[in-house]
Design a protein around this ligand. Structure first.
Ligand code: RIB
Ligand code: CA
Length: 309
C-alpha cells in the first residue's frame, strides 16, 4: 500500500493523546513528525507529552520544537479540561529519544518539498505553527497535499459563545490559514459533537483489555470528571473524532463553503464564520464537518485498541 506522508500538529492534551492512539495504528499513515504547539498547556509540557506519547505508542518520528505562544495574544490554557500536566492523571516516562532542534514550520516545509502535493498536515491544536509555516514559506501552500484541522465551529463555541479553543486562542493564526488559499478540512466542534459518546461508551472502551489500558484509563477518567465539572455528561474527544474521521472517511459528512475568522469583534472574537448558504458568493476554502456517526467513531477506537497487544 502506498503510504500517505503525515505531520500531526498537536498540543497534547487528552483528546490529542486519543487521536495519536488512532494515528499510530493507521497503516495508511507514514508519520513524518509530531509538531507540538502551545495550547492546552504551556509548550514545555505539550512538547514533553508529545515525546512521551510517541515513545509509548511506538511512533518513530521526530518531535520538533514549535510555537510557545500565540502570534499576538497572550496565551490561554485549557488546564481545567486537561489537567496540570495536560494529560489528566496519565504520567508518562520521560522520552530518551534524541531531542530534535528543528522547528515545526521548517519541518513542515521540508516534508512538503520532499512530497509535493502529497503531505497531509493534521492540526489538532492552535494553528500557530501552520500559520508561521505559511508566512515563512508562502510557496508551501502549493506544495501541501491536504490540511485537516480540529478547530472552529459553524455553530456554538466552547471558550466563548462562538469561540472554539483552537481557533479562539490564536485567531490571527487561524485567519492566516483560512485566507492562505489552502482548502481546509475543518472538523469543527459542532460537527464533532454529533459523535458524542455516553459514559457507558467510555466504560466500554476503558474496560477493553489492551496494552495501553492503564494509560487510557488515567487519561479518560480525568476527562470524564472534567466534563462533569463543566456540566456535561461526558467529554467530546474532539481530536479523536477528527482523526477517526480522517481514518474512516465515511464517518463524517461535510459541507463545502467559504470560511473566515473573526479577529475584531468583541462578542464574536475567534469565531469561524462558515458561509454555508454562500451569501458572500466567495470561492469555498473549506470542507466543514456537519454530521458524524457515533457508532462508527466508537468502532474505530475499539478496532484500533485491539491492535495494541
Ligand atoms: O476545542 C477542542 C480542542 O481544544 C481540542 O483540540 C483540545 O485538545 C483543545 O486543544
Ligand atoms: Ca488538541
Amino acid at each position: 500500500m502506498l503510504k500517505e506522508p503525515v505531520i500531526i500538529d498537536t498540543d497534547p492534551g487528552i483528546d490529542d493523546f486519543m487521536a495519536l492512539v488512532l494515528a499510530a495504528k493507521c497503516e495508511r499513515f507514514d508519520i513524518k513528525a509530531l509538531t507540538p504547539v502551545a495550547g492546552n498547556q504551556v509548550f514545555e509540557k505539550v512538547w514533553r507529552n508529545a515525546r512521551g506519547i510517541a515513545k509509548l505508542l511506538g511512533i518513530n518520528c521526530v518531535v520538533t520544537k514549535g510555537a510557545e505562544k500565540p502570534l499576538i495574544l497572550e496565551q490561554e490554557l485549557a488546564d481545567a479540561v486537561h489537567g496540570e500536566t495536560g494529560l489528566g492523571k496519565l504520567q508518562l516516562p520521560e522520552s530518551d529519544a534524541p531531542v530534535c532542534e528543528k522547528y515545526a514550520w521548517d519541518v513542515m516545509y521540508e516534508e512538503a518539498k520532499k512530497n509535493p502535493g502529497k503531505l497531509h498536515i493534521i492540526a489538532i491544536g492552535p494553528l500557530t505553527n501552520v500559520a508561521i509555516a505559511i508566512k515563512k514559506y508562502p510557496d508551501i501552500v502549493g506544495l501541501i497535499g491536504k490540511l485537516s484541522i480540529m478547530g472552529g465551529s459553524a455553530g456554538f463555541g466552547n471558550h466563548s459563545p462562538y469561540g472554539e479553543f483552537n481557533i479562539w486562542v490564536d485567531p490571527h493564526a487561524a485567519a492566516i490559514v483560512f485566507r492562505s488559499g489552502l482548502k481546509v478540512q475543518m472538523f469543527g466542534m459542532d460537527g464533532n459533537k454529533t459523535c458524542q459518546m455516553s459514559v457507558q461508551d467510555f466504560h466500554d472502551i476503558m474496560d477493553l483489555d489492551c496494552a495501553i489500558k492503564q494509560e487510557m484509563n488515567d487519561a479518560l477518567s480525568f476527562s470524564i470528571e472534567a466534563a462533569h465539572g463543566y456540566g456535561a455528561e461526558a467529554p467530546v474527544l474532539h481530536d479523536a473524532v477528527t482523526m477517526a474521521g480522517i481514518i474512516d472517511e465515511s464517518l463524517m459528512e461535510f459541507v463545502e463553503c467559504y470560511t473566515d475568522v473573526e479577529v475584531r469583534s468583541k462578542t464574536c472574537f475567534g469565531r469561524t464564520i462558515c458561509d454555508v448558504r454562500n451569501t458572500w458568493g466567495k470561492q469555498p476554502n473549506s470542507l466543514v464537518a456537519v454530521k458524524g456517526d457515533k457508532e462508527k467513531f466508537k468502532s474505530v477506537i475499539i478496532n484500533t485498541l485491539k491492535k495494541y497487544r
